[in-house]
Design a protein around this ligand. Structure first.
Ligand code: 76R
Length: 249
């Protein structure tokens, strides 16, 4: 029987996807729209304040295509804080113009495939703690998608020995490292939380690099043989100001 790898788990993450009800928005009065945006600014400032205190992080993205218009990504130390932030967003005036289309719940995850260096538990290291509680990069572009590892016949990730999985992920990380400075990834675990087993959130300065890394990784055995993918959401990072511009009629 293969052995589970020990995981290190950090902040909880909600990816909340919504479409804008443009018909309703366009019909609303200027006062109503301005009031909704003004109130949303309070949420934005609260999220920003929370991030500055390093008690969480967030990102707002303009998603391309018809699956969603907006993605709110919220990171918090507890599930309760995720629920509070989500409920506050749901109760906001802006949410009256937003149609929920998808959501994804996960937790920042690092795995302990490598043996402890000098007998030190990596979870105690400050650099690990920083990765478990990441402040989202405000890079220009984002790609989010959930994924799983295959459990079919000969292609079963969960019957592979831990050392073999570690080797395949090492190979995967070599491809990943070629993109240092170009692509930043946050891997979140979601087994038992949501439909898929991981969430992958990628940030880039150059949108094309998001395609290049995912394409190149398709050839790594960990992906080629064992990777399964859900819906991809890609788009552009928004600030409050660019969100306001996007919403202006
Ligand atoms: O965490 C580490 O840095 C150690 C090496 C490493 C692991 C264990 C690593 C490095 N990843 C790991 C685990 Mn990854 N990663 C993905 C995707 O599109 C695809 O084919 C897959 C989506 C990308 C783009 C990516 C990028 N990785 C994982 C796991 C968990 C598997 C498990 O634990 O069983 C998944 C699902 C996954 C998926 N990975 C890297 C990257 C990049 C860019 C790196 C190098 C980071 C660096 O060292 O700078």
């Amino acid at each position: 029987m293969a052995e589970a790898v020990e995981t290190m788990d950090g902040w909880y993450v909600l990816h909340d996807l919504r479409k804008v009800d443009w018909t309703k928005w366009n019909k609303a009065s200027v006062e109503e729209r301005n009031a909704a945006l003004k109130q949303f600014k309070e949420h934005y400032l609260a999220w920003d304040e929370n991030e500055k205190k390093e008690e969480g992080s967030f990102g707002i993205f303009h998603i391309v295509g018809q699956k969603a218009d907006l993605m709110f990504t919220l990171l918090r130390p507890t599930l309760e804080e995720i629920l509070d932030a989500e409920t506050a967003l749901n109760k906001s005036a802006l949410a009256e113009f937003l149609i929920p289309t998808d959501s994804y719940m996960s937790v920042v995850e690092l795995s302990k495939y490598r043996p402890d260096q000098d007998g030190i538990d990596p979870e105690t290291l400050p650099e690990t703690q920083k990765r478990l509680k990441p402040i989202l990069e405000k890079w220009e572009y984002v790609s989010f998608y959930p994924m799983s590892r295959k459990r079919e016949g000969e292609d079963n990730w969960y019957t592979l020995e831990k050392s073999k999985r570690g080797k395949l992920l090492y190979e995967h990380s070599i491809t990943g490292r070629k993109y240092t400075g170009e692509v930043k990834q946050i891997i979140t675990g979601s087994t038992g939380f949501d439909e898929w087993e991981w969430g992958v959130t990628l940030f880039a300065h150059d949108y094309l690099q998001l395609k290049k890394i995912v394409y190149e990784m398709r050839y790594d055995t960990a992906t080629a043989r064992y990777g399964l993918f859900g819906d991809f959401y890609t788009g552009k990072t928004l600030t409050f100001e660019t969100l306001e511009e996007m919403m202006h009629v």
